[in-house]
Design a protein around this ligand. Sequence first.
Ligand code: KIV
Length: 266
Amino acid sequence: MTISRININQLFAKKLAGEKLAMLTCYDFSTASIMSQSEVEMILVGDSAAMVMHGENSTLPIDHQTIALHVSSVAKGAPNKFIIGDMPFLSYRKSLDENMSAVEALMKAGAHAIKLEGVNGNEDLIKHIVESGIPVMGHLGLTPQSVNQFGGFKVQGKSADAQARIIQEAKTLESLGCFSVVLECVPDELTQELVKHTTMITIGIGAGAAVDGQVLVLQDMLGYSSNFSPKFLRRYLNTEQLFLEAFNAYAKDVKAEQYPDESEQY
Ligand code: KIV
């Protein structure tokens, strides 16, 4: 059976029709299998996996081989979705050969596009990737791989100068052939201005409502942790509590010798 997959033309058609696009991160087969049955159009296999899947304090420690493994799991679980593989820290700041090997690994694992952060110094590579037939999504504003330069995970683009710079960066990304850009943690007034200057598909996280679509990190929107509460985050589930209740109910049954009962034995 052939499964029809949402493609880049359908994404642009939705944008042009004014239909908002829903994107979520995802990193594993089981969750992707559920997501494949949802209305979500785009799945980002993001470098946030470093933090939410591997317990790191930032996105820096993950490498492209690990992202590729996550892409491969997600691609098998959600063959009908448009999957974007995230280029991790420094994986696109090496030689062209090495950069393209990382791109190749993500695409061969099942991505339909790649995402990379920032513009300066990436221009030639972005052009080369686009000319290789691979859709590229940019990422501006709070680019978490630059957390050490920013001095923390902070809202970007607050001053008029910073806003003008980010709008210029978006124009550059578009001129290099990017089909889309993620805007992270920037004031709504910047987003409203930026969307007037681009035909790229704009996806926001903490960037207000003027974008074409939104993205959230799966574990954040599912409420895996009550400790992370940025202003933009809406929790759609209290997974922490639901999981805890299930884990404790199971432990209680095991300890009380109520699991397994007769019907659950061979
Ligand atoms: O890796 C990620 O989850 C991301 C989103 C925050 C856009 O890049």
